[in-house]
Design a protein around this ligand. Structure first.
Ligand code: KIV
Ligand code: NA
Length: 270
């Protein structure tokens, strides 16, 4: 199976009503990528790894080196999905040139095919600069977690008419600038439907609408691994209970000297 390409992902938008929605999940490790890859169209190394893997209070302290280490692992662990790496806070906002320097490092050092960055109209010149120079960009609008301090929290967006208009303008601006797709996070369903109809690039929803061109979730949220989850997360598994249960049984075995058993020890052959 050949790896999906950016143009192949983009074409899905134009398959109209028959188009199969695009499936995207986050992945941070090679083994996780191996397991998710056959079922997905796109794997995202999200900067959500700051909270999910590193226990940081927000995504703001995530570094380019962290994204590159996990991005390379996910590229090594997958061969079918398009791999996209999030640009961390501080690595791309100051200028298109700074963004190019960071993004080209990410691509060269991980082998990923595209980067994702947060922001709408303000980031349009940067998106154009990168995409015209061989770096496919997925944009991210609506609830943008790197702007948590400006937004005042993680509440859903697009409730007021002003916010609705602003997010619609952001989505149009990133599409016009040449983004190959856009993540639309944490917005009113009606706004998500309107954006999906108004832009000619795939709109990947998270806390958006079932009518978006695709969906993304943070894998640990879907697996019940992360302690805090948003309303928009559907839990497909309860891995936290599985893992703590296994640790509890292991600890009991060790304390009772019932592990290791004959099966797990080395003895000379008779
Ligand atoms: O960082 C992340 O995981 C993301 C997705 C939620 C889209 O940006
Ligand atoms: Na992100």
């Amino acid at each position: 199976m050949k790896r999906l390409t950016v143009p192949a992902i983009q074409r899905r938008k134009f398959e109209g009503k028959t188009a199969e929605p695009l499936v995207m999940l986050t992945a941070y490790t090679a083994r996780q990528a191996q397991l998710l890859d056959p079922h997905c169209d796109m794997l995202l190394i999200g900067d959500s790894l700051g909270q999910v893997i590193y226990g940081l209070p927000s995504t703001l302290a995530v570094t380019l080196d962290m994204m590159i280490a996990h991005g390379a692992a996910v590229v090594r662990g997958s061969y079918h999905s398009l791999v996209i790496v999030d640009m961390p806070f501080g690595s791309y906002e100051s200028s298109p040139e700074a963004a190019f320097a960071s993004a080209s490092r990410v691509m060269a050092e991980t082998g990923c095919a595209a980067v994702k960055l947060e922001g709408g109209q303000a980031m349009a010149p940067t998106i154009a600069f990168l995409s015209q120079r061989g770096i496919p960009v997925m944009a991210h609008v609506g609830l943008t977690p790197q702007a948590v301090n400006a937004l005042g929290g993680y509440a859903a967006r697009g409730k007021s008419q002003e916010e609705h208009a602003k997010i619609m303008a952001d989505a149009r601006a990133v599409a016009d600038a040449g983004a190959f797709a856009v993540v639309l996070e944490g917005v009113m369903e009606t706004l998500a439907d309107a954006v999906t109809e108004s832009v000619d690039i795939p709109v990947i929803g998270i806390g958006a609408s079932a009518r978006c061109d695709g969906q993304v979730l943070v894998t640990e949220d879907m697996l019940g691994m992360f302690e805090r989850t948003a309303k928009f997360v559907k839990r497909y598994e309860d891995m936290a209970t599985m893992i703590s249960g296994a640790a509890e049984r292991y600890a009991a075995d060790v304390r009772a000297r019932t592990f290791p058993t004959d099966e797990q020890v080395y003895r000379p052959k008779k």
